[in-house]
Ligand binder design. Sequence first.
Ligand code: TRH
Length: 405
Amino acid sequence: MSCAQFVRPFQPGLSPTVPSTPPSALSPLSPACCWDVFCPVVDNFGDIGVCWRLARQLAVEHGLAVRLWVDDLKSASHLIPSLNPQQTSQVLMGVEVRHWVEPLGDVVPGKVVIGAFAATLPESFLTAMARCVPRPCWINLEYLSAEDWVAGCHGLPSPHPRLPLTQHFFFPGLDRATGGLLREADYSARRRGFSESTFRKSFDLPMRAPGECVVSLFTYENPAIGELMTAWSQGKRQVLCLVPEGRVLPGVAAWFGVIGLQPGDRLRKGHLVVKVLPFVDQSRYDELLWACDLNFVRGEDSFVRAQWAEAPFVWHIYPQQDDAHLEKLNAFMTRYLAGVVPSVAHAVEDFWRAWNDGQEVGTRWSALEAVLPELGSHTRAWSMKMQASGDLAGNLVRFCKVEIE
Ligand code: TRH
């Protein structure tokens, strides 16, 4: 995909309604002194995962008043345990979480408006934005991609066809020419304070067995799950597989010949021990990643968290039509494995491709297992390199300050 194709003309709402009175004819508005973040929950948890993380950083680290508008509070409450899906407005960890239902009513837009993942903002809100003096800084926060064209599109303006508004594309990314990746200021301190034994005790896990390989498994359904678990159960050393409740659980249960696995369940076959964990909050999920030697992750946010955790990881990318996701997968592997010893790079590429294809994973496990030590030191170096691009929330605040001033 090239930038030209990408800078899509503004996409008005499904039923663009020309306001009866042009905004210029209405009395001007002073923008509210907050940041508005609009989060459409498409499916799974990544949309709200990214927006909740960003909103908290803007509030806690940058002292901003943040209104997080979420269309699906029920899904959000799975990821934000303290959120009450029945409440249309509530303040959590310094963020005002609002239920995004339309009509939105008379809301004065904040001085910065972020539409996550090309969100279509309510028409009334756009009209109010056009009445603001000065106009809000309007950001389209895009999905993360490692593809080369992203750097050329990052920060580009896209004027609204009808209203005196311009939105700017803001791309997460893997280098300084992009918006960087979300990473909290206290992440390293939290990591230093982490105790594996305390973590294992909290989930009723025995101390680590000698030579044990601890794996976390957060992934989409995968036809290859059975052959992977067979390889683990028949392997030379014990594998402890920690599976948070989610979409892969039925496949795990089927391999053991059981149904209805629950958090707390523990099963063993050969050298494989599986422990089912509850879906925990985002900071506990970081701890799960820190407790493991290998992390299977998916989508966008857990994929980034695995890079910060600095252990080897396997990425199950969010599947897209006409295999568009494979381009993204290859683009990331090209960057991530640049300069890595060929034998290590091939073992990773072969396994990642097999895992995303859902086949021939069993035969490729031993080659990946053999390079885990080298891959661990490479992933630590990779994490340092990613940190050099600055964190996304800080980069966004700097970008908007320039646009606002
Ligand atoms: O849930 P996902 O598959 O979300 C996906 C991706 O975001 C993808 O880019 C998007 O197009 C699609 O949704 C619509 O994977 P992701 O991005 O890793 O988000 C999962 C979130 O859940 C992440 O913030 C980590 C969090 N999590 C917890 O908080 N606790 C847990 O126990 C687990 C397993 C995950």
